[in-house]
Design a protein around this ligand. Sequence first.
Ligand code: FES
Length: 145
Amino acid sequence: MLNTLNAIFAKHRHQPGALLPILHDIQDELGYVPDQAVPEIAKELNLSRAEVHGVITYYHYFRQTPPAKHVVHVCCAEACQANGSEALATHAAARLQNGDITLEPVYCLGLCSIGPAIQIDETSLYARVTTEKFESLIKELGTGS
Ligand code: FES
């Protein structure tokens, strides 16, 4: 992990406001921001550990634990809420309890007029997701969920 962090720090060394870009790069590389990275980031940016931890916990986007094999993002922003995303998120949370899939909220996927929207892993976007469609998509992942 230290080599990864050092490469990321070197990339952003002279960049003002480097904390968020560094956190994004760490999550892109490792899948999450490990607790062990916090003191290293603090030292690199001359911040306190509490400041770094505060930013990590403020943004829902940053994970503090490794994700499961698949990550499902359910849009919880206003337009999707108006189209039923709260019920979908509740269904998804009850459905995905075996650890094969990480469920995370996201705040807009750019499909606002055709919500509720979800994203599975990094690239697959789906619109007008009903609970039935959700079930079908999860079945296609073949995780046994
Ligand atoms: S509000 Fe859900 S995609 Fe924009």
